[in-house]
Design a protein around this ligand. Structure first.
Ligand code: PEP
Length: 244
């Protein structure tokens, strides 16, 4: 039985004052039926983890593949863990695009996260041009094969399917399109990892909001969501948590 996961990605949003949203979220949903994870900017990981005190999980949005060293501006998995994180988002399409992250780099980062005991939330997803060209499954399959490390387990890796064209656009795939890709990801994971692959949680991400969350959560092999914009406000994210 895969435990459902509602994960929020605050991206480059949030100051200390934004932590009132976390207080409000926890107050409104003190005993959620699903696991709840928030990934604020690195500057807020420590304060959010202290505030959450284990009631929700806190994660980073990226980490360096190396444990330490001369990498100005970067942050290691050990640093995230030390700050109170239990998870880290890796290979988000914005990092793949803005920082030219390859599957091999995402895989190396994932290995670093796992070595520190962090759960890696590994993102995959096609661009609109790739979907229009009929290449969605080929792209997602290639990203999965290249980004997910060999030592992945159901407990240490979560996959987020995030069609790039659905992120922050208000557009979502049809439920049939989500099912097609999630069923494909499940089959790929089972093919590679056997029974362990059946336990890996698959999140859908891309313009999830209170109005569409319940219907997306009813889709086959959708074990939760990775939520961007709607995770910034306790009322919106709380409604998504409740739907899950
Ligand atoms: C995301 O950034 O992972 C995301 C899914 O964003 P949004 O929910 O805003 O589309």
């Amino acid at each position: 039985m895969r435990k459902k996961l509602a994960a929020g990605n605050w991206k480059m949003n949030g100051l200390k004052a934004s932590l009132t949203e976390v207080e409000a979220l926890i107050a409104a949903h003190p005993a959620p039926a699903c696991e709840v994870l928030l990934c604020p900017p690195a500057t807020l990981v420590s304060a959010m983890a202290a505030l959450a005190a284990g009631r929700i999980a806190v994660g980073g949005q990226d980490c360096h593949p190396k444990a330490s060293g001369a990498h100005t501006g970067d942050i290691s998995a050990a640093m995230l863990k030390d700050a109170g994180a239990s998870h880290v988002i890796l290979g988000h399409s914005e990092r793949r695009a803005d920082h030219a992250e390859t599957d091999a780099l995402v895989c190396a980062k994932s290995e670093a996260a796992l070595a520190e005991g962090l759960t890696a939330v590994i993102c995959v997803g096609e661009t609109e041009a790739e979907r229009d060209a009929g290449a969605t499954l080929a792209v997602v399959g290639r990203q999965l094969a290249g980004s997910v490390p060999a030592q992945a387990t159901a407990a240490t890796v979560v996959i987020a399917y995030e069609p790039v064209w659905a992120i922050g656009t208000g557009r979502t795939p049809t439920l049939e399109q989500i099912a097609e890709v999630h069923d494909f990801i499940r089959a790929e994971l089972v093919g590679r990892f056997g029974a362990e692959g059946d336990g890996v949680r698959l999140l859908y991400g891309g313009s999830v909001k209170p109005a569409n969350a319940a219907e997306i959560f009813a889709v086959s092999n959708v074990d939760g969501a990775l939520v961007g914009g709607a995770s910034l406000k306790a009322a919106d994210f709380g409604a998504i948590v409740a739907a899950l």
